[in-house]
Ligand binder design. Sequence first.
Ligand SMILES: NC(=O)c1ccc[n+]([C@@H]2O[C@H](COP(=O)([O-])OP(=O)(O)OC[C@H]3O[C@@H](n4cnc5c(N)ncnc54)[C@H](O)[C@@H]3O)[C@@H](O)[C@H]2O)c1
Length: 474
Amino acid sequence: MQNKISRKDAIKSILAGVGVGIATPILLTKFYNLNYKKKENKTLQFKSIHRSIGNPRIKEPITAITIGAGARGNTYGNYALNFPNELKIIGVAEPIDIRKKRFCEKHNIDKSQSFKSWEEIFNKPKFADAVIICTPDHLHYGPCIKALEMGYDILLEKPIAQTEKECREILRLQKKNNNILAVCHVLRYAPYFINLKHLIDSGIMGEIISVQHIEPIEHIHMSHSYVRGNWHDSKKSTPIILAKSCHDLDILRWLIDKKCESISAFGNLKWFTSKNAPKGSTDRCNQGCKVEPNCPYSALKIYYRERRRTFVFDLPENESKHGDYILRQLSKTNYGRCVYKMDNNQPDHYVVSMEFEGGVTANFSMEALTSYDGRRTRIMGSLGDVVGDMNEFIYTNFLTGEKTKWSIENDPNTVKDFNGHGGGDLSLVTDWVLAVKTKNLKNLSSTIDASIESHLMGFAAEESRLNKQVVKII
Ligand SMILES: NC(=O)c1ccc[n+]([C@@H]2O[C@H](COP(=O)([O-])OP(=O)(O)OC[C@H]3O[C@@H](n4cnc5c(N)ncnc54)[C@H](O)[C@@H]3O)[C@@H](O)[C@H]2O)c1
């Protein structure tokens, strides 16, 4: 079992300089397996990336109501099951009966505190410390405003809201009432990005000159969420630059630590359109489509044969019934439709160029058509550079040529099935619970103040893309 390094220790170890080599046998093996070539006379040093999870010092849990018991509502809810000393879910609002029933059973929620829709929660006097808002994008603003008014602390899924005006109104009210409000910009809590941020802040890299950042969505994920799924229509949800990439704009703003002043963007929907529908394809994959066996996006292949992403179907308990159940879902939901014949409008490739205060530049690419996911980052500093892929990053010192590699090590305490966003999901809730418990916003790095700028960048990028103009951010 490896020792965990707290955030404080991680900062210390970075500040201690890149001069101390800690090449553990495990990491060395990894190093040679990856076939990196060690330059002659150059030391390659290793550091591990860890993050403590949970707040063992908390003895009495905070109480919370989950609004929207879908995928994210369950992800955050699972924290309560794993750390019952910290968080107890005592209420829920969810219109889909089976989801509500399962969520109530999981958390032992009293019937009197289980509701069909978010408004009903706020018709009652305040009965919990906090709410966790995990409704679809167009239903963030309403519950958030009500929760702020009634003095609830809040864990708010991104995007904050659908318009700049609504985002600013949430910020105004939070300032007035001083609620603890964390935006689920989970990448800020991922050990990979925390360590990158510490490295930059330590000054070792000198001045940041520019950054290149890629978000490979992975083609099946794209087809599932942004072609067939809940976010296929930017008007009903939010433009993909916010719905998917507000995390990345936020990370760029956070790492560079300067205000973004100008933005210009391009992108469009090029592949998932009717023009590209193969000859012989049908409206649904299960209607005798001639190309189904050779189509990477076949719904039969993804959901039925490979059983991927089937959580959206609320599968019955009895596993022997899954097959027939999935086939029925493919006949009636968007998940069974041909990806070339959907009513989707989200771009499948999107590039954004940004200029920050002091002339720092950044380029961001969101790419749907990739076989891999995660993030790729290159940071160019005046004294050295970084190349990273969300599992590890390597810093090279320009003067000495020395390389230091930070690798994610699996935390033995990581809760199974709760390691989403490079560990960010778990760490976000850890910090949010502490912030609510101590009533101290300093325990959060994704406050509404900090998060709103990335949303303004997203709105500006979309305006630029649609009008083909450089947009200044005021
Ligand atoms: N932070 C992240 O990385 C991340 C990742 C995925 C999704 N999200 C965001 O989280 C939110 C939820 O996404 P999801 O994947 O869990 O979607 P989901 O569809 O699985 O869950 C949303 C739930 O809200 C419920 N709901 C709808 N209307 C409601 C109402 N009036 N009152 C209460 N509940 C209602 C739906 O029935 C559904 O169960 C979205 O805004 C999404 O953009 C964030």
